[in-house]
Design a protein around this ligand. Structure first.
Ligand SMILES: Cc1cc2nc3c(=O)[nH]c(=O)nc-3n(C[C@H](O)[C@H](O)[C@H](O)COP(=O)(O)O)c2cc1C
Length: 486
């Protein structure tokens, strides 16, 4: 999967119950760069019967299920590729390695929880219990790096709390940096401190300097309220990134650069996402009722709280819609619109699109922003600089990377994407975007035609008509249609 790049990242912190798939996917859609899953203890994966890895075609996910009940322990979506960190609870190098190996090929990072102050964790020598036994903590990290990180090409990290004194914290960080881990998250509170006490960043600069000296990424957690605050802290303390927990628990759209959504709109997005990925009903109800607090009429909240099935949850929302039209979350395209192209071979596509006819057609359909998704497999140098060409038609050209794919999908009014790229079409469809899909064979003919035509200087020619006909017919019609597939 390739090692994680932790630099300049605003991330969803690990949270049991909250950090299941719907929250993670929404966090990514709203702009989070990386997402941590909820802590799962090693024994849940390897104790008794081994967890099984199952490809779930129905929701296009990988499920880790526990026989004999086959309860889903962890569900991973392809949209999380390169951006998902699995958090492990462990007190033993052997168990940690066995458990981490089971998920290593489906996640980008594995993080050891060394900060949970809860009795069940500390009592078993896990979480903050590890801070009291640094030798064991170090041996777990070394084992994870050697036996999982290196062979599976997955990044190993840990999340710790401050110790009682600056000297003790720095001494521990120095030891952690020598284990081969790639990142440390520091929750700026000591173990006895409750979350209601303000985070202590008093000597954060020293911790940052130490990590930088060892080339280990440093991420900070504690009282980060959202996108703006995160960016400010990254700059102020020269951090690699920040992790946001409670602010995201309350409203996961805190990752949006343009500010959070109202809890009403968020609740609707959450329910739709939970349905799309078939999230466990009990978990959906728990997360949803948290989001709904104070944001819905009392009778609606009560109906949600009493719901025993997804149908009953939907009925609760139907009750709400009697009072207000909640369909406003599917934003109507305004005057200025964005179009996004997302294919595996986008540099070729951009070359094929960069002709006068395309630019004029896009401008005629009021598109002022053209977003082209650059998959990780392509180099930015492969993208010719067509900015001026499109600019002369009043269109801003923007190249989006995997990191900001979800947020760019969120900003687009129409998404033209590959039929084979399920994660893109999933995100586009679940955000209720207009979507137009082409297969790679259809596109291939466009590329080839364009290359021939370039040589003959007569683009587009008759063979490209197929693609262009469908594309522009649909683009022109897209205001009135909800979903478009070629
Ligand atoms: C509901 C909830 C669940 C949490 N679960 C985890 C967890 O699984 N692993 C972990 O390392 N920290 C967990 N934490 C702690 C947070 O990741 C974070 O360290 C803490 O809340 C401080 O960050 P904040 O001030 O942004 O909330 C949890 C916190 C909350 C509120």
């Amino acid at each position: 999967m390739g090692l994680l790049n932790y630099s300049n990242k605003i991330c969803l912190a690990p949270m049991v119950r909250i950090g299941e798939l719907p929250t993670r996917l929404l966090a990514l859609r709203y702009g989070a760069n990386l997402v941590w899953g909820p802590e799962i203890v090693d024994k849940a994966l390897v104790g008794g019967t081994l967890v099984q890895r199952i490809v779930n075609d129905r929701v296009n996910c990988i499920d880790f299920v526990k026989p004999p009940t086959n309860k889903v322990l962890f569900r991973v979506h392809p949209l999380e590729a390169n951006r998902l960190v699995f958090q492990l609870g462990s007190a033993s190098p052997d168990l940690a390695v066995q458990a981490a190996k089971l998920v290593a090929d489906d996640v980008a990072g594995i993080d050891l929880n060394c900060g949970c102050p809860k009795h069940f964790s500390v009592h078993a020598g896990m979480g903050a219990g590890l801070l009291k036994e640094p030798d064991r903590l170090i041996s777990i990290l070394r084992a994870l790096v050697k036996e999982v990180g290196v062979p599976h090409n997955v990044s190993i990290s840990c999340k710790i709390r401050l110790l009682e004194t600056k000297e003790k914290t720095l001494a521990l960080v120095e030891r952690l940096c020598s284990t081969g881990i790639r990142a440390i998250t520091i929750h700026c509170r000591t173990t006895p401190m409750r979350n209601t006490e303000p985070a202590n960043r008093g000597y954060l600069h020293d911790i940052v300097d130490l990590c930088k000296k060892h080339n280990v990424a440093i991420l900070v957690n504690g009282d980060v309220s959202g996108y703006e605050d995160g960016k400010k802290l990254i700059e102020q303390y020269k951090l690699d990134g920040v992790l946001i927990a409670r602010a995201a628990e309350k409203n996961v759209s805190c990752f949006r650069s343009e500010g959070p959504l109202s809890n009403r709109n968020l609740a609707l997005d959450y329910l739709k996402m939970a349905l799309e990925v078939e999230n466990n009903f009990g978990n959906t109800k728990y997360c949803l009722t948290q989001i709904m607090q104070g944001a819905f009429r009392k009778d609606v909240r009560q109906a949600a709280q009493c719901a025993k099935s997804y149908d009953e949850l939907k009925n609760a929302f139907a009750l709400e819609q009697k009072h207000s039209d909640a369909s406003g979350i599917v934003s109507a395209p305004g005057h200025e619109k964005s179009i996004m192209f997302a294919f595996e071979n986008s540099s070729k596509l951009l070359k094929a699109l960069s002709n006068e006819i395309t630019a004029k057609q896009l401008a005629a359909s009021s598109f002022t922003k053209l977003i082209v998704y650059k998959p990780d497999s392509e180099k930015i140098e492969d993208y010719p600089d067509y900015n001026e060409k499109f600019k002369s038609h009043g269109i801003d050209l923007m190249i989006a990377s995997t990191d900001d794919l979800a947020s760019k999908i969120g900003q687009s009014n129409l998404i033209v994407c590959s039929k084979e790229e399920h994660s893109i079409s999933f995100e586009a469809l679940s955000t209720h975007k207009q979507i137009l899909q082409f297969s790679s064979t259809e596109l291939e003919s466009l590329y080839n035609t364009q290359e021939e035509s370039n040589r003959a200087n007569d683009f587009p020619n008759a063979q490209a008509d197929f693609f262009y006909d469908i594309l522009f017919k649909k683009i022109k019609g897209f205001n009135t249609k909800k979903e478009v597939t070629a």
